[in-house]
Design a protein around this ligand. Structure first.
Ligand code: SER
Length: 325
């Protein structure tokens, strides 16, 4: 009988994914059973809806103390610097992403944690990876520090599974699109910002080229994907820390055209910056058949359904005056 999650600690809870995943975990396990942590205070709705602590994931003793005191048996380790921020400060990206994960794995080993979630990314792939329907097992060779840390993180996590029997799981998230917390410092962030600007100003200046096509996923699918992977039967898994997952692929121009169906006259200019080279090194589409076979992964949202939902949510926030300027 597999050991069950009862008490969860999350790192990186103030981020785009963490802030929504934490609420989903509180709904699932009970609000007092999910301790959210970050180096900054998360939005009030999260910090005030259950336990919250400030902690730096590079500080192993502080992290270990919190896990011990709270009695966490499962960790969702979301703290990381993303691709664009990582290129601005590669040393910090290595420190936070690698030492943060190493600390969590070592604490997990020493304390015999039930399960750890460690997300990976499409950033593990690189310029020599096949770009269309990128296979599960293929050339990695990332060109960003973020990608380097995600490849090393997958390998390290898989090592702990093999060597110590620690149950570590993770998927290679594509770009994640959502309307509650803005992403910070990623290359796929344009696909979130474009919706905000469409609602607020009816125009957007995109930092990628119009024909740049990348794999993406809407937040409800991201939450489902994460929770389902963590609930999967361990015996069915042949992969652990680096499952390919995707929901859709579109170019910046195709996204703009979809939004224009609902925002007539929506104007987009394209002014690529340093993030173009990062996007060009990533896959355009992903083969996620291993995730589908091993834990029944299947997304619900495509581009059209996501766009209807995003625009309705952002328009409601705009009308309520909570969308910023
Ligand atoms: N969304 C991430 C980024 O753009 C990819 O994992 O950095």
């Amino acid at each position: 009988m597999a050991k069950e999650t009862k008490r969860v600690l999350m790192t990186g809870a103030a981020g785009q994914i963490g802030s929504e995943l934490a609420q989903a975990l509180r709904a699932k396990y009970g609000r007092d059973n999910v301790l959210v942590t970050d180096v900054v205070r998360p939005p009030a709705v999260l910090a005030e809806s259950g336990p919250f602590e400030l902690v730096d994931v590079t500080n192993r003793s502080a992290l270990d103390g919190l896990i011990g005191k709270f009695g966490a048996d499962t960790v969702y380790h979301l703290a990381a610097l993303l691709s664009a921020t990582g290129e601005k400060n590669p040393q910090k990206a290595w420190d936070v992403n690698m030492n943060g994960l190493y600390n969590i794995l070592e604490i997990g080993r020493a304390r015999g944690l039930v399960r750890i979630f460690s997300p990976s990314s499409i950033a593990v792939f690189g310029p020599s990876t096949p770009r269309e329907r990128t296979p599960q097992d293929t050339v990695l060779g990332p060109s960003t520090m973020y990608g380097v840390t995600k490849v090393a993180g997958e390998l390290l996590a898989d090592y702990y599974v093999r060597k110590y029997g620690l149950d570590v799981r993770g998927c290679r998230y594509p770009g994640i699109i959502s309307h509650l917390t803005l992403p910070g410092g990623g290359t796929t962030d344009y696909a979130v910002a474009i919706y905000y600007e469409a609602v607020k100003h009816g125009r957007y200046t995109c930092f990628l080229r119009e024909d740049t096509r990348l794999p993406m996923m809407y937040m409800p699918d991201c939450l489902k994907c994460t929770l389902d992977l963590m609930d999967a039967d361990f015996a069915r898994l042949s992969y652990h820390a680096g499952f390919n997952v995707t929901a859709m692929s579109f170019s910046a121009g195709e996204l703009a055209a979809e939004i224009r169906k609902h925002v007539p006259g929506f104007e987009v200019r394209y002014e690529p910056d340093f993030r173009q080279a990062i996007a060009d090194s990533w896959p355009a589409s992903i083969d996620d058949s291993a995730a589908r076979a091993e834990w029944d992964w299947k997304p619900d949202y495509d581009l059209a359904a996501m766009t209807v939902d995003m625009l309705a949510a952002l328009r409601a926030r705009y009308a309520a005056g909570t969308l910023g300027v």
